[in-house]
Ligand binder design. Structure first.
Ligand code: SAH
Length: 217
């Protein structure tokens, strides 16, 4: 049931996309296409099926949440995704953002520190033709083996911008990361201009679960 995509679901997705279109920050039409192609209800527990297409965050297990659709759209917009971009994601969570980026043509490398969620997403991916590299581990370490990346997206609230991640970003690359301690963070977009020079822009406050160190079982 959960993995059936009906006309009703598609209609609900169109409504959600109409909502997102009202936000003038979102201008990349590939994001709207991806929201249509990726059934968000595949990523939520059965109990939330009916609400899968409202603009809300939801529990996905292990005390974590799937990001608000508008947040997923906004972070995707800020990354200026191009086909073939190699993107590192910190905080796989439900896997929804991962799939949006894959659908937009990125090759995604994603790290999750909660074993339960990591295993759940691996199963959900069987329902898609994408092949992201999913890793159970600590996002603070990044993925040195596959670095450098064109883009990096952090989907949990980081106390500061981890230098390891800056090091794994290509010159000319973009990182989008919510930074701040406590319940709220400032969304920052960092462009790595040269090996030593960063251009940092800020985009208002967001609420993410915290980026924690080390792995949980
Ligand atoms: N992109 C996800 C957002 C999930 S919430 C989605 O749309 O569903 C953020 C996720 O970051 C949680 O699953 C949490 O377990 C994970 N996380 C927190 N700290 C982390 C770390 N240090 N490394 C990797 N993942 C981390």
């Amino acid at each position: 049931m959960q993995f059936q995509d009906t006309f009703k679901h598609k209609g609900m997705r169109r409504q959600l996309i109409d909502e997102l279109k009202k936000d003038e920050r979102i201008t990349n039409s590939a994001i709207f296409d991806a929201f249509y192609e990726i059934p968000r209800h595949f990523f939520l527990d059965r109990a939330f099926l009916e609400q899968a297409y409202s603009n809300k965050a939801f529990q996905i297990g292990a005390g974590q949440t799937i990001s608000h659709p508008i947040t997923v759209a906004f972070q995707s917009q800020m990354l200026e995704i191009k086909r073939g971009d190699r993107v590192l994601e910190i905080g796989t969570g439900s896997g929804f953002q991962t799939c949006i980026l894959c659908q937009m043509g990125a090759k995604v490398y994603s790290i999750e520190r909660q074993k339960e969620l990591f295993l759940k997403v691996k199963k959900i991916m069987d329902h898609f033709r994408f092949n992201p590299k999913l890793q159970f581990g600590d996002g603070y370490k990044g993925m040195p083996i596959d670095a450098p990346f064109d883009k990096i997206i952090v989907t949990c609230g980081a106390p500061e911008v981890p230098q390891t991640l800056i090091d794994q970003l290509k010159v000319g690359g973009i990182m989008i990361i919510p930074v701040g301690e406590g319940g709220e963070q400032i969304m920052k977009r960092i462009i790595k201009k040269t090996e030593t020079e960063l251009d940092v822009q800020e985009f208002g406050t967001f609420k993410f679960v915290p980026m924690l160190e080390r792995t949980a079982k």
